[in-house]
Write a protein that binds this ligand. Sequence first.
Ligand SMILES: Cc1cc2nc3c(=O)[nH]c(=O)nc-3n(C[C@H](O)[C@H](O)[C@H](O)COP(=O)(O)OP(=O)(O)OC[C@H]3O[C@@H](n4cnc5c(N)ncnc54)[C@H](O)[C@@H]3O)c2cc1C
Length: 418
Amino acid sequence: MIKLPGLTGRIVVAGASMGGLRAAEQLRAAGWLGSITVVGEEPHLPYNRPPLSKEVLAGRAPFESLAFALRDSVADVEWRLGTRVTGADLDDRWVELERVDAEGTEGAGERLAFDGLVVATGMRPRRLRCPGPTVGRHTVRTLADAEGLRTELLRPGVRVVVVGAGFIGCEVAATAVALGAAEVTVVDPEPLPMLRPLGEVTARELLRRHRERGVRFALGTGVTAFTGDERVTGVLLGDGTELPADVVVESVGSVANTEWLAGNVLDLSDGVLTDEQLRVGGLPHVVAVGDVARFPNPRYDNVPRRVEHWCIPGDTAKHAARTLVSHLVGETAGPAPFAPLPTFWSDQHDFRLQSFGAPVLGTGDVRVLDGDTSGDVVMGYHRDGRLVGVVALGGRAAAGAAVRYRAELLRQPALTAS
Ligand SMILES: Cc1cc2nc3c(=O)[nH]c(=O)nc-3n(C[C@H](O)[C@H](O)[C@H](O)COP(=O)(O)OP(=O)(O)OC[C@H]3O[C@@H](n4cnc5c(N)ncnc54)[C@H](O)[C@@H]3O)c2cc1C
């Protein structure tokens, strides 16, 4: 019998969050008629993560409001939730599964065969390896994390130390202040919050705005240990200071969930390396989407990077699904190279950071494009004299003004690698 993969095959999607859901939708949109099985470690159907550090933590968003709507096109998708992918053979085309729940694991070793595979296993928080108690230390990635942290932040007189002044750390600090925490201190070895992605001028203004709204900062120093017996009571810093702490939030970056791919010939040094069609390891039947995908972007310098922005699961899924389906149905030509314009926002206190493009590539030449630095402002980031990104800081007016530069960013010629 002639096998028609477009009609009878199976695509497995590993990871049941935004990237996994968007991949399933886009596989259908690309014409895939075969079966789709989405395997996810969490017990929930896909939900939206950005509110976890903002509305959910603040108690303004119940879980039901986070769940993504399931479109009709994915009504026949099989969801294997509470199930972890533990291994894969990409040449022989199978993944290995085990069930996970509060009691532990079971069913280890079940094999699921596939014709095509989508890698969508995302990231998990990096943890600090410092001596001291672990009780009272939190991260924010999942709904359970946010709910657990919220309970602790509601304790009267709570003193909070946030380790890491990246976007999640800054958001959590702002939410903790809004919840009435007695003290909120952000610690970071860098001299300014969000310095690497925003550059000095914008980061300095961000610091000013946070301080004005009650967040304290211990910058230019890192954490060396946590104090306390059963649970954390303080944070010891490299400069010798001890900050009292009832709750610690670690937001010190993330680690890619790629261990299950070990044993295949892949570059897993930072997420999973893909080509410009989002194919993994040169294999036409394996693609990656979302935070975990490290892809070259011909719009910029073609250096492969992971991009942990909310827009990326959707953008990558659309492209990767076309790549995969065109291979599985036997088309010779795939889509044009993937060249997204990343966008990003972060809500902190009463202001929003809104970014388009790749400001990180232009932090050496930052100019005010609109407004004034201490109010509603749009900053332009340049490399070799060309605009590579914009960041708005302020209210809706600033974010709206930034949108006007989107078209200009899309018109810019490609950057060459330096
Ligand atoms: C707290 C927070 C706030 C954010 N706020 C913003 C914001 O304001 N603006 C913005 O632009 N972006 C924001 N983001 C980023 C955005 O949410 C992410 O880019 C997006 O969630 C990435 O989706 P993903 O599906 O690629 O990965 P993930 O959401 O990480 O999903 C991966 C899924 O795979 C599962 N998984 C992992 N390993 C396995 C395995 N072996 N087997 C089976 N399943 C597995 C995980 O449990 C998880 O459900 C935020 C992220 C967080 C965590």
